[in-house]
Design a protein around this ligand. Structure first.
Ligand SMILES: Cc1cc2nc3c(=O)[nH]c(=O)nc-3n(C[C@H](O)[C@H](O)[C@H](O)COP(=O)(O)OP(=O)(O)OC[C@H]3O[C@@H](n4cnc5c(N)ncnc54)[C@H](O)[C@@H]3O)c2cc1C
Length: 314
């Protein structure tokens, strides 16, 4: 079921009619279904959501949604939007932290364009004291993402970090490499349906790998981010850190906007660092479908919300 649901929702995320239907209703009003996971379509909505979270003691990272662009024009447009986001964040006074996907910056078009675009973002980001996290996409992009990351790291960029996925067999080596570099890693389970040739298929295998890698990062890593909503794993992280006398300011937890808000709040209340990933933008459909694939029970609330919108519109 674990891998199966991801595969089904991945296939649905490529459906044109579903995208059209979702786009029509998903963000239409303040309580439309996609708003549970997405802060808004516009920058100012994201800034407001982020400000509210920051006022409640959360750390933040903002993600301008978009991925898999096919032309250099689209990659340039996304880069320009990130440059605008940097200016708006600076003016707003909220925390300076963004997350980025390389397929949004044109890695499929050509790698040099993507690196140029990333550098255009890193220059002002560095000047203004931002941290820029490179999200990890599906396995065809793992190697190229890490190569681009290392190229920029070797060129002296230190305001960058990367995400690594516990589901992939290769990740232990990647964690060791990042620890050696002193680079900051966000550890996640992995949001994509991956083949058995590269990734664990069973939930318990992914969970066990996550715990192993988390311990490696806590022992040898540089300010790792433990990005999960899995309460058992979070408890294990706290217990491990306590056993090894690792202070709570040497790592952070991260969760996605709108997911396990109760757990988010309780971690902050108990003195932990908790960063919320705040996605926004018009290209929210693939991100939204990944959230449904992680927890098919979410479909229930989407259907209820759609029925309500249909009723209200008629
Ligand atoms: C800050 C952050 C950044 C991320 N960045 C990346 C990335 O760069 N690349 C990548 O591949 N993946 C990324 N992910 C997604 C990640 O890989 C998982 O797909 C996602 O976090 C769900 O896994 P989980 O660790 O929460 O564990 P799960 O075992 O999936 O879930 C544990 C519990 O969390 C709750 N939960 C989890 N997902 C949902 C949901 N969608 N709706 C409602 N409840 C839910 C449920 O209570 C569930 O029982 C990121 C996740 C976070 C938190």
């Amino acid at each position: 079921m674990y891998a199966g649901a991801k595969a089904i929702f991945y296939a649905l995320s490529r459906s044109g009619w579903l995208k059209q239907l979702a786009s029509r209703y998903g963000m239409a009003s303040s309580d439309s279904f996609a708003r549970r996971f997405i802060a808004g379509e516009q920058i100012d909505e994201a800034i407001e959501a982020a400000r509210r979270l920051q006022n409640r003691g959360f750390l933040l990272t903002l993600d301008y949604l978009g991925e898999s662009v096919a032309t250099s024009e689209e990659a340039t447009a996304a880069t320009t939007e990130y440059l605008r986001l940097i200016d708006v964040i600076v003016a707003s006074g909220i925390e300076r932290n963004v997350s980025i996907k390389l397929t949004q910056l044109g890695v499929d078009v050509d790698r040099a364009t993507c690196v140029d675009n990333l550098r255009r973002i890193l220059d002002p980001a560095e000047r203004h004291g931002f941290f820029v996290r490179i999200d990890m996409e599906n396995s065809p992009y793992t190697a190229v993402t890490l190569e681009v990351f290392e190229t920029l790291w070797q060129q002296g960029h230190r305001c960058i970090g990367v995400a690594l996925q516990a589901c992939l067999y290769r990740t232990e080596n990647d964690v060791r490499r990042m620890n050696e570099l002193g680079a900051r890693v966000r550890l996640v389970k992995g949001a994509y349906k991956e083949p058995v040739t590269v990734a664990y298929q069973q939930r318990r295998e992914v969970d066990a790998a996550f715990v192993r890698l988390m311990e490696l990062l806590l022992d040898e890593g540089t300010y790792p981010a433990i990005a999960t909503h899995d309460e058992a794993i979070i408890r294990a992280a706290c217990a491990y850190a306590a056993r090894r006398a690792i202070a709570s300011d040497r790592y952070e937890f991260q969760m996605l906007f709108g997911i396990r808000r109760d757990l988010q709040a309780s971690l902050v209340a108990s003195g932990h660092r908790m960063r919320i990933y705040v996605p926004f933008g018009r290209q929210w459909f693939p991100y939204f479908m990944r959230r449904l694939g992680e927890r098919p029970a979410n479909v229930g609330f989407v259907v209820r919300s759609l029925l309500r919108e249909e009723r209200d519109a008629s």
